[in-house]
Design a protein around this ligand. Sequence first.
Ligand code: F0G
Length: 408
Amino acid sequence: MRWPYHLQCFNCHTKYLTQTTNYRCEKCSGPLEVRFQISQRTIPWKKRSFSVWKYRELLPINSDRFITTLAEGGTGLHHCERLGHEIGLKRLYVKNEGENPTGSFKDRGMTVAMSKARELGKSKVVCASTGNTAASLAAYSARGGLQCIVIVPEGKVAAGKMLQVMIHGARIFQVKGGFDQAMAAVVKLTESRKRFYLMNSLNPFRLEGQKTLAFEVCDQLGDETPDTLVLPVGNGGNISAIWKGFGEFRELGITKTRPRMIGIQAENAAPLAEAIKRKQESIQPVTNPRTIASAIRIGSPVNWMKVLRAISESDGTAEIVSDREILTAQNDLASKEGIFVEPASAASIAGLRKCVDAGRIDRSDLVVCVTTGHGLKDPSIANLIRRPQSYTLNITQPVWVERLERIL
Ligand code: F0G
């Protein structure tokens, strides 16, 4: 059983056929989204194990034949008591999306978008990327047998992500400038040449996979909804997808409430957070975004409209963090909780700390912080971290055990 669905403009509500390959409204250029006609029915979700496809009734795929998977979803929701206590929270959970197959949350969306691309008969898929989308698309293209084209900002993608793109056999095109220029190129290519299928978060089917994070968090909390969800924001696809997911679970009557959504951006790359702080209804793009968190080094987020609405509907907010705050948070999470995340992901912890200190998050809240990508993806921070003292051990000498003991 699957619920019927259609595509609809997020802005002017014009409806489109589900098999369309457009991702923008023909009337107003607004972003499209998938809308399910949810009817109250009990689905045996509890009996199924954790996975994006556990929630297949709420995913826009017409036939299981095309499902392309690497076992995504089912990531840990870790109760971080030590770090929570230090920040001043009793109930802090980290939803660690770095545990996905290619090491980032993108896999949740990519399994659905790739399945849809195959269902639509596509053979060439393309994305612009700061690295993780490209790594994920490259892997799922290999899995699904499609040709993968990635357009990335030259010299600005973390080494681990670039390695993933290469080993999975993607065709790589580098452009001068940053992510925003790469994104504009991909939009131009896919709008003028329909045989190239766009797999960025403008693709409404991809966001459907990403919304499963909301379902999974509620499931893992025993059908409880967090009070507050904190996550890093770049292009804004993830925060809007997750907000949609919380809405669908509430519509189904599984949960009663939805969390406040708090989006974190990096200093000098924070057009959304700036707009929210100034209570503006649209964003002012940042022309030359700069931050150590290369994954969210984005000045002109394509999903800005969805983000502003998600934050406002949820009574949420946004926060801006510096590179230093990001690196401190990355180190805290790794050394106090054993969770190693990339700088963009650590921005969520840094922002959480700031919001709690400023009294913008209640200390009694059940807070879920989403960490979006694995730390090994970006080894460039190796020379920025505090190095522990290391010793040379001459184990040919008989007294080496005593020496080691003396040091400790
Ligand atoms: N965290 C990480 C690790 C990311 O890679 C991204 C986005 C984000 C957060 C922000 O998510 O764009 O949905 O708001 N990375 C994209 C990429 C841009 O190309 O990999 P968003």
